[in-house]
Design a protein around this ligand. Structure first.
Ligand SMILES: Cc1ncc(COP(=O)(O)O)c(C=O)c1O
Length: 383
């Protein structure tokens, strides 16, 4: 039996994984308490520091844990006190709030309609008038709506409330846009690896401030598998509490090294290394966002978020007159998979995940096919 050719993924994650990285997952097994595993773990940290934007000499720590992104959402909350302010502007920030409630936190929800973000003045007002809060949660890039929060402006607010720990979901943001973890005074940041890091799902990466980990150590009920102290200690001591997904560690190490070496950049941009290579990766994502936006406009389609809130990894486009399932089916037939809207936005929006190792040139080629699909769908409707 032959396997049908897989469409190229332009969904909002998982995204395409390069064959060289998939090959890393097929390496022979090693013991997770072996010297080889220690060496493998040691390969990760310098690059994770670039990804989270830790400063040279930073006191913050990085970690890797075997679980889905949702696991570290929970983990981040296990290390903080009871009163939490949750900024909710889409399905994943809603999940952050739901987890806080499930953990028995006194969780206050501050919401904005899908496609927008809570105004920073309202966040400041809530922190001032309803506080003190032990922590605030936010999703930097709402995968469900393609909304990216301007983090500098957000941090300018949270810095006024230094007693509040800042917990940030970077799941569809990391490796697609710069993070200034230390500069912005964040306390816990986390991400899965299946989005702009362009890896198979199953591992998470995280950063935590010194004060977060010190405060977490004083808390009694932190769970076990998701205990943030155990997660960070296990990584620092190269002794994870449970058997990690070793195959994915190989893939992560290689991908991080390749990003830092500029290997994943388009041919005409090779030669950059270290932070410059990461910046070039972010710039490619910005260009892909701009190309997608111009394409939408040329097809009389509107983006869901306002211009200042548009994500560089995921474009969420309003369906307008288009039949979203028909467009997705037409594109699949051409070998490309787009994402439908998420939750309540299903069939009302569609999403293009221009992230990871996708390039502007690849995106342009896909969008040309989408032009043809849209012309055909509109013509069929007009008959
Ligand atoms: C922004 C965001 N946060 C959290 C998650 C949950 O990640 P996971 O499915 O790995 O648990 C996702 C998944 O798409 C996401 O996009």
């Amino acid at each position: 039996m032959t396997t049908p050719k897989k469409p190229i993924l332009w969904i909002p994650g998982p995204t395409e994984v390069r064959p060289a990285i998939l090959a890393e997952c097929a390496r022979p097994m090693i013991g997770h308490r072996s010297k080889a595993m220690t060496v493998l773990q040691e390969r990760l940290d310098p690059h994770l520091k670039f990804a989270f934007g830790l400063k040279d000499g930073s006191e913050s720590s990085v970690a890797v844990h075997t679980c889905a992104g949702t696991g570290l959402m929970e983990s981040s909350l296990l290390g903080v006190g009871n009163r939490v302010l949750c900024i909710v502007n889409g399905s994943f920030s809603k999940r952050f709030h739901e987890i806080a409630v499930a953990l028995g936190k006194d969780a206050v929800k501050l919401s904005a309609p899908m496609g927008s973000q809570v105004p920073f003045a309202d966040i400041e007002k809530a922190l001032r008038e309803q506080g003190p809060f032990d922590a605030i949660t936010i999703v930097s890039n709402e995968t469900s709506t393609g909304v990216r929060t301007p983090l500098k402006e957000f941090a300018a607010v949270t810095k006024k409330f230094p007693a509040t720990m800042v917990l940030v979901d970077f799941v569809s943001y990391i490796a697609g846009a710069p993070i200034d973890f230390d500069e912005h005074g964040f306390d816990f940041g986390f991400a899965g690896i299946q989005k702009a890091l362009a890896l198979p799902p199953g591992l998470t990466v995280a950063a935590a401030s010194k004060r977060y980990l010190e405060a977490a150590k004083t808390r009694k009920s932190r769970g076990f598998y998701l205990d943030p102290v155990k997660v960070f200690q296990g990584h620092a001591e190269r002794a994870t509490m449970a058997t990690p997904a070793i195959s994915l560690y190989y893939a992560l190490a290689q991908q991080l090294e390749d990003i830092s070496a500029g290997v994943t950049l388009p041919e005409n941009q090779r030669g950059k290394t270290g932070r410059a290579a990461w910046q070039a990766r972010f710039d490619e994502h910005t260009r892909m966002q701009q190309v997608t936006e111009a394409w939408a406009s040329s097809n009389d389609l509107e983006m869901l978020p306002a211009p200042a809130l548009r994500s560089t990894t995921i474009s969420c486009i309003q369906a307008g007159d288009l039949d979203v399932p028909a467009l997705i089916a037409a594109m699949k037939a051409k070998g490309h998979e787009l994402g439908n809207g998420y939750g309540d936005l299903k069939d009302k929006t569609f999403r293009i995940g221009h992230m990871g190792d996708h390039t502007e040139a690849g995106l342009q080629a896909m969008l040309q096919l989408a032009d043809d699909a849209i012309v055909a769908l509109r013509a069929a409707k007009a008959v």
